[in-house]
Write a protein that binds this ligand. Structure first.
Ligand code: UD1
Ligand code: CA
Length: 459
């Protein structure tokens, strides 16, 4: 949208969170609360976005470093009106429409913001406020109307009984005529119950100035949910999850139980994939088509191809899983694992910084770390790459078509040439050339008749 700027208020303390972390940095669906209004403002076409910070402002500023927004300090929290005034300097010379959002209201949709801006422009209003009609309006400012005109907004603490009985509330979201709002903000008083400069007083100031004021009432009041405590945080998280799951299902993904499926915002999943209950998927994860993700699987920042089957209780992080792989149950793919395709990583197998070329497998009770594994390699049960000498990590390289017998240890650094066979129970300390057999078992000793000479002692 042309000539649209946004200010997002995020300087308040958030006392009721009872937290050492800034309120707006608490997360829902994998992103801090503040991320959502900023994203919505961007999607609605705001060219310039300023965030007013104060309490724990350093942390908030650091968290915003990659979001292309400007931070403005409000060193003393003197109220919402004062907070917006702090952004005046930065918006000097801007005379379009100004969108004001609160950093702790994460569910507001881009569509709603666009509607609000449209209405404000159509009506040529000085202020257009987003409202909601609530059964329980307690705690919010009430909207005093005269037909279409909003006369003023009265805070709960300043309201009389009749005003408190009104159910239409201020969501804390507005569009202002920027020139107008910055001309009246310095003149606001603080003669109210909280002794603060109220942004809501701009409405009455507009009426006095003979300007139009309008309201847009939300169709879905959930969008206005402001986060003040952890109960509301959990509620917002549930509502956000519902939205994400709905989007996934409409996009062709099956969820056996959406209520217990936890997919973060930004995760992509291809059609005909199936998610079992209790799955958690976070980070920059992309999952292809026709995958099955079983119960209790955790996925964080993993690129997953098509027809991949992740079985119960597996944990996979910062990895790459190619087409047709089978992982688990109870497997752990740690960061830097790359399965190029058609691999099988079975139960109680752990991998780390390990690249498996196509069709290689480790089916049971194995640790493969700091390794390069060629094609068609088979690891027997209980294989261990001994990659760490207490100081440094060392690499194990295994070429194509190697067969590793059970209970083998590779003392890295070591290289196994293609098509070789490692006998079960071996400890491999030296490189093995291609096409050979390596075994390092202690020869078995058998002592005839030993049990007859050494009968078990009686108790
Ligand atoms: C405000 C509105 C109220 C509305 C409600 C919606 C006013 C006077 N009241 O009340 O009508 O129903 O939001 O949630 O505006 N903030 C600052 N600096 C300050 C004070 C606040 O940045 O000095 C920020 C807070 O971090 C928060 C937002 O402004 O993001 C709202 O502040 P808050 O104290 O929660 O206002 P409410 O009392 O809830
Ligand atoms: Ca609030």
């Amino acid at each position: 949208m042309e000539d649209l700027a946004a200010v997002v208020l995020a300087a308040g303390k958030g006392t009721r969170m009872k937290s050492e972390r800034a309120k707006v940095l608490h997360e829902i669906a994998g992103q801090p609360l503040l991320f959502y209004p900023l994203q919505a403002a961007k999607e609605a076409g705001c060219e310039k976005i300023s965030v007013v910070i104060g309490h724990q402002g350093e942390e908030v500023e650091a968290a915003l470093s990659e979001m292309q927004v400007d931070c403005v300090w409000q060193t003393e929290q003197l109220g919402t009106g004062h907070a917006l005034l702090c952004a005046a300097e930065q918006l000097k010379g801007f005379s379009g429409d100004l969108l004001l959002l609160c950093g702790d209201v994460p569910l507001l949709s881009t569509a709603t913001i666009s509607q609000l801006v449209d209405r404000h422009r159509r009506e040529k209003a000085a202020v257009t406020v987003l409202t909601a009609s609530l059964d329980q309006p307690q705690g919010y400012g009430r909207i005093i109307r005269d037909g279409e005109n909003v006369c003023r907004i009265v805070e709960e603490k300043d309201a009389d009984d009749a005003q408190r009985a009104l159910c239409e509330v201020n969501t804390g979201t507005y569009v202002f005529d920027a020139d107008f709002v910055f001309s009246v903000l310095p003149r606001l008083g603080k003669e109210n119950a909280q002794g603060e400069y109220y942004l809501t007083d701009v409405v009455a100031a507009a009426v006095t100035a003979g300007r139009k004021t309008r309201a847009l009432c939300l169709a879905d009041p959930d969008e206005a949910l402001g986060i003040n405590d952890r109960v509301q945080l959990a509620e917002a998280s549930r509502l956000m999850r519902q939205r994400i799951n709905r989007r996934l299902m409409l996009g062709g993904v099956s969820l056996i139980d959406p209520a217990t499926t936890y997919v973060d915002v930004g995760v992509e999943i291809g059609s005909d994939s199936l998610l079992h209950p209790g799955v958690m998927i976070s980070g920059a994860t992309r999952i292809g088509h026709n995958c099955i993700i079983e119960m209790g699987v955790q996925i964080d920042s993993v690129q997953i191809g098509d027809r991949v089957h992740l079985k119960n209780g597996s944990v996979v992080e910062d990895s790459l899983i190619g087409d047709n792989c089978k992982v688990g149950p109870m497997a752990h793919l740690r960061p830097g694992t790359e399965l190029l395709g058609d691999n099988k990583i079975g139960n109680y197998v752990e991998t780390k910084k390990a690249r498996f070329e196509e069709k290689s497998q480790a089916s049971h009770l194995t640790y493969i770390g700091d390794a390069e594994v060629g094609k068609n390699v088979n690891f027997g049960c209980g294989t261990i790459t001994c990659n760490y000498d207490g100081v440094n990590k060392h690499k194990t390289i295994i070429e194509d078509d190697v067969f590793v017998g059970s209970d083998t240890q590779f003392i890295a650094p070591v290289r196994i040439g293609r098509n070789s066979l490692i006998a079960a129970g071996s400890t491999i300390t030296k490189d093995v050339p291609a096409d050979s057999l390596a075994l390092s078992r202690t020869p078995q000793k058998v002592i005839d008749g030993w049990r007859l000479k050494h009968p078990l002692k009686k108790k």
